[in-house]
Design a protein around this ligand. Structure first.
Ligand code: 4AD
Ligand code: MG
Length: 467
């Protein structure tokens, strides 16, 4: 084949190819160039996988001078022969016949030189960090997990519904909301009493970015049976922690005819199969993260797929925590919300496996959760993971109109705004359940990274919306 018609091959495909001694074309970014006056070795990566391709450039054909723009960070197109490698560390290499520089990278200015760069520093150059081994691995694993989510639900008869991102209601008081408006901030129109006149706003009322797709998900479940959403959600809480983002992605399945037990069974099977998918499809990237950051990562992932989760009630958990020898920063008493330190004690110290806590006091959970017979607790469930704490929050929903209205009144949730939600309880109501999985918390767990800002390409958190 004439070289001009040669099509580019992904490096990942070349590295696993057994079809050798053929002409290939590869394009990618130079990780390093080293060598001597006889031969130069270029380590090339195109993002298709963790491993780099070794390009060999003979000095006879490529005098040092001709490679001066082939520096770390530059982008090149290489043609050459794919041959068995003479060196250690790779099975094949490319004997270059031509090297074209597509984009130079001034070595004085390029921020990702060979020397190790801290994760904190990389956050400040988030536009370039995907080019590092670490972020390449994280982003490929993130992709695989997103794909596995859709694959799981598709195989289990769930339909993907797209719930709105702009909402006219504060779904559940799940957190402070970001306002969406086109009114001029300096001179907004005012009503007679001087307050901002939102009837003049784009939608004719106050609107916000959604904190959850659940309520609309419930509407769809009452027609399609089993649905899920997977979209961005926004919370304007001032939580400057390693587990909170202001913009994160959430997966929310919602199922008609499921009770709390069914809901827990689904959550457990879903999480186990996502982790199994990553172990099967991201072996090289996970091995790299295991070796580089966290020697127990692979073992921890396997322990998720191999062990049943521990299920117990909130009340039982409070008893365990109260009799624990450990001194907690926040005291535990029936009725108080559990802190991350309590959740992690249960998971990491007491049971040493994932835990599903159920039947929380109604006062600390959302209005839509189904009231238990005792009238004190609701059919809530939180799934707690090692190193993470809460990874899933969900519940069986209150399907009884009267009880639901009662809970809304108690919790000062406006019923008039949610007339459409209440209609599902008026017309053909049914027992149903659902949950929300924080996608970044899942990616955090699977990659073994320790800060949630390192598992989303461009994190949004208080005082940061760069890129
Ligand atoms: O527990 P949450 O607030 O539940 C809901 O929003 C329900 N509507 C879900 C449902 O039943 N359909 O949030 C669900 C999950 C949490 O368990 C956590 O994993 C994640 O979303 N999450 C966050 N992840 C990153 N940053 C934040 N600020 C998060 N807040 C919640
Ligand atoms: Mg929660």
């Amino acid at each position: 084949m004439p070289a001009d018609q040669l099509r580019r091959t992904r490096i990942q495909d070349l590295l696993t190819s057994t079809d050798l001694n053929r002409e290939v074309l590869v394009k990618g970014w130079v990780r390093t160039r080293r060598g001597n006056k006889y031969v130069q070795f270029i380590a090339l990566n195109d993002g298709s996988g963790l491993a780099t391709l070794q390009v060999v450039a003979d000095a006879e054909k490529f005098p040092e001078e001709s490679l001066k723009e082939v520096t770390t960070g530059s982008c090149v197109a290489v043609r050459g022969l794919l041959v068995p490698s003479q060196g250690k560390g790779q099975a094949v290499e490319v004997q270059a016949s031509s090297i074209e520089v597509l984009g130079t990278a001034d070595p004085e200015a390029y921020p990702l030189q060979k020397k190790a760069t801290s994760l904190e520093h990389l956050r400040e150059i988030a536009h370039l960090r995907p080019r590092t081994n670490t972020f390449g691995a994280v982003l490929r694993i993130r992709h695989a997990l997103a794909f596995a989510v859709h694959d799981y639900f598709n195989r289990h008869g769930f339909y993907y519904v797209h719930t709105p991102i702009i909402t006219g209601s504060d779904a559940e008081g799940a957190g402070q909301m970001f306002r969406v408006t086109t009114l001029p901030p300096e001179h907004p129109p005012r009503t007679e009493d001087g307050s901002v006149d939102f009837s003049e706003d784009f939608f004719g009322k106050q609107t916000n970015l959604t904190v959850s797709g659940q309520l609309e998900g419930e509407l769809a479940a009452m027609a399609l049976g089993q649905v899920y959403t997977f979209g961005p959600t926004f919370r304007a809480e001032n939580s400057n922690t390693a587990r909170h983002l202001a913009e994160f992605w959430m997966i929310e399945p919602e199922m008609a005819f499921y009770d709390l037990q069914d809901n827990m069974d689904l959550a457990e099977d879903f999480l186990q199969s996502l982790v199994r998918y990553a172990l099967e499809h991201c072996a090289a990237d996970l091995q790299f993260l295991n070796d580089t950051y966290d020697k127990e990562l692979l073992e921890r992932l396997r322990s998720i797929t191999d062990n049943a989760f521990q299920r117990l009630t909130y009340t039982e958990a409070v008893e365990i925590l109260k009799s624990a020898k450990k001194k907690f920063e926040f005291p535990v008493d029936w009725g108080t919300d559990l802190q991350s330190e309590h959740e992690r004690y249960l998971v990491e110290k007491h049971f040493k496996k994932p835990v599903i806590l159920t039947n929380y006091p109604k006062e600390i959970k959302a209005f839509y959760m189904k009231l238990d017979e005792d009238g004190r607790t609701v059919r809530a469930m939180d799934v707690l993971f090692p190193g993470i704490g809460e990874i899933i929050g969900g519940s069986q929903r209150e399907e009884d109109l009267g009880k639901l209205e009662g809970r809304m009144a108690e919790m000062h949730v406006p019923t008039d705004e949610l007339w459409w939600y209440l209609d599902t309880r008026r017309f053909g109501t049914a027992p149903h359940s659902g949950f929300g999985l924080g996608f970044e918390r899942l990616v955090l767990f699977v990659t073994g990274m320790t800060n949630i800002r390192d598992v989303i390409p461009f994190p949004r958190f208080p005082k940061n919306a760069e890129f």
